[in-house]
Design a protein around this ligand. Structure first.
Ligand SMILES: [Ca+2]
Ligand SMILES: [Ca+2]
Ligand SMILES: [Ca+2]
Length: 281
């Protein structure tokens, strides 16, 4: 049996199974996001937690459909997350989900992630903003590293604890389109942590190999990012944001050709072959 588990470890590495990978396609029934779990999601230690502030983020019917041309094999599933709808006053929203394996910003590992975002607003001056990324805590952005769309701008930034730094101006960042965002964090113990991201909108095609709008932006962090977070604010009547298809992995492929279960299928087939071989000995 020991031999089997040693072989299992070797096989897992060979099959490219990312330790610390996570996927959430928001494949839940409609209603409150708080408490949602299962639905084919993996890599999380528990359910969605929307109790920080008011639990008012919902699972909305239908998956977001990317505005960009996606790589072959990319498929969406289930539904999507919807912020509260603005009713005229500032309305802050926040929800988190704990990862099974925290993103260690001192590990020397490289992490990739992707997600979809869309929204509805009248013009830039009527929308507020959002953060999607990772935090040290499940009730705020403490020590967090996120992708941020700030108030009154079409710029998308990297943010450290909610404060934006490097950014790209997304000229077509407009109401109604679902943007596909890919990020990368190359972590270092003692040196600079390097953050890159790419935004794909209408008439763009997702590349087969990694490319970035903002490359190797420096944010020095020693944080252990144990939580996926969605945060933001709406304040104009009728405005809202939607988020979907969140993935964490260790390669560009793992977050741009999301084929849920393909890695485990390869692993499963390999294990069956291995067990047969061991039985024959
Ligand atoms: Ca909340
Ligand atoms: Ca979905
Ligand atoms: Ca670091």
């Amino acid at each position: 049996m020991k031999k089997l588990w040693t072989a299992f470890g070797t096989l897992a590495i060979a099959a490219g199974v990312a330790l610390g990978s996570a996927i959430d396609q928001i494949n839940y029934s409609t209603g409150n996001l708080d408490g949602q779990t299962g639905g084919g999601s993996s890599g999380f230690a528990g359910a969605w937690d929307d109790t920080a502030g008011t639990p008012e983020i919902t699972v909305d019917a239908g998956s977001l459909v990317p505005s960009a041309t996606m790589r072959t094999g990319y498929a969406t599933a289930g539904n999507s997350v919807k912020s509260p709808v603005g009713a005229g006053a500032n309305d802050d929203f926040f929800a988190s989900r704990q990862l099974t394996t925290a993103i260690d910003m001192n590990s020397g590992n490289t992490y990739y992630f992707s997600f979809l975002v869309s929204g509805s607003w009248t013009d830039q001056s009527t929308k507020r903003g959002w953060n999607v990324g990772f935090s040290t805590v499940g009730n705020g952005l403490t020590g967090g590293i996120t992708i941020k769309n700030a108030y009154n701008t079409s710029n998308l930034s990297y943010a450290s604890a909610g404060t934006e730094t490097g950014f790209t101006a997304v000229t077509d960042f407009s109401s109604g389109n679902a943007y596909f965002i890919v990020g990368k964090m190359a972590t270092s113990n003692g040196g600079n942590d390097l953050l890159s991201f790419k935004v794909y909108g209408p008439s763009e095609t997702v590349a087969a190999t990694e490319e970035w709008d903002v490359a190797n932006n420096t944010i020095v962090s020693s944080s252990s990012l144990g939580y996926l977070v969605i945060q933001g604010r709406v304040n104009n009547t009728g405005s809202f944001y939607k988020f979907d298809e969140i993935r964490v992995g260790d390669t560009w492929d793992s977050v741009t050709i999301p084929e849920p279960g393909s890695a485990s299928l390869i692993l499963g087939a390999g294990l069956i072959a291995l067990a047969r071989r061991l039985r024959r000995r």
